[in-house]
Write a protein that binds this ligand. Sequence first.
Ligand code: VGL
Ligand code: ZN
Length: 198
Amino acid sequence: MSDALIVIDVQNDFCPGGALAVPEGDTIVGGINALMAEFGAVILTQDWHPAGHSSFASMHEGKAPMEMTEMPYGPQVLWPDHCVQGSPGAQFHPDLEVDRAELILRKGFNRDIDSYSAFFENDHVTPTGLEGYLRTRGIDRLVMVGLATDFCVNFSAVDAAKLGFDVTVREELCRGIDLDGSLAAARDGMRGAGVVLA
Ligand code: VGL
Ligand code: ZN
């Protein structure tokens, strides 16, 4: 069995100057590139929303970005429009060594469901297919880095641990949004699920 580096959402919109900028989001790119050399498999995820995605506050009258709403699948943070398919903001950070990746997994492409996790959409049942990809490649150990610690990294790490993968999050190569204590809650949740925070 073998390991994979999963690089979550290192895209322009999550870096300073982007639509949903994560503080210091760009500072992790060099370290991630260096880490890629240590892995037999490198997988990138890419947040990839159609225009008018239901996670965008602009689609909900009277709602502002960062407010909550209730979706059929549960509570959902409403975000600024971001990572719209084909837009410059959806592209990877220009310094990320994209050519090292064997798989680029896009997520969040269903208009009516957000997808923080690389494994399941936010209804927690619709699979992205990544589990099957990893299992059929014989990969059982995952190291995760990227953006944002408290949303897409957190949901991906917890889902992976629940699925039985051995998961480590390298926190120094992640940056968070930290909305109303979401970073502390995410760290507790990851630890509780058996994720190693390194
Ligand atoms: C993310 C909010 C909305 C993330 C994606 O990559 O953490 N956060 N879409
Ligand atoms: Zn998104």
